[in-house]
Design a protein around this ligand. Structure first.
Ligand SMILES: [Zn+2]
Length: 128
């Protein structure tokens, strides 16, 4: 029985606890080239990324202590919390359904938009 056991798994480090895990088990926070910060469980969003374990303790630590700020080179604060929480929840409940979470704050109301991976929408249009 020769299985493809040694398939290489990309590893990433959680910014909160420092654990190294397979990339796809972590929640990725991305600063896009447009300067927006999104939470991406698809691993496909272009931009500068930081990784967090999908668990509340790491989420708290990542948000406090400005760890994400340092990694993303942009202030990331509580405004990202709803998106991170939604992503952590989704990563647990539906690990096979990657999504991109964005937060929009309008008039004091914060809403999280979860966008399923836009895989079927054709290949064009994504800038480098
Ligand atoms: Zn962690």
């Amino acid at each position: 029985m020769v299985m493809a056991k040694t398939r290489r798994v990309p590893m990433r480090t959680c910014v909160a606890c420092g654990a190294t895990r397979p990339k796809r088990e972590l929640v990725r926070v991305v600063r896009t080239p447009a300067g927006e910060v999104v939470v991406d469980t698809t691993g496909r969003t272009a931009g500068r990324g930081a990784y967090v374990c999908p668990q509340p303790e790491c989420l708290e630590r990542a948000l406090g202590g400005h760890r994400l700020d340092r990694h993303l080179k942009r202030p990331v604060g509580e405004e990202l919390r709803p998106a991170l929480e939604a992503a952590v929840h989704a990563a647990r409940e539906q690990p096979r359904t990657p999504r991109i979470f964005t937060v929009s704050a309008q008039g004091g109301a914060v809403s999280v938009r979860a966008q399923a991976e836009a895989r079927r929408r054709g290949k064009g249009g994504r800038p480098q």
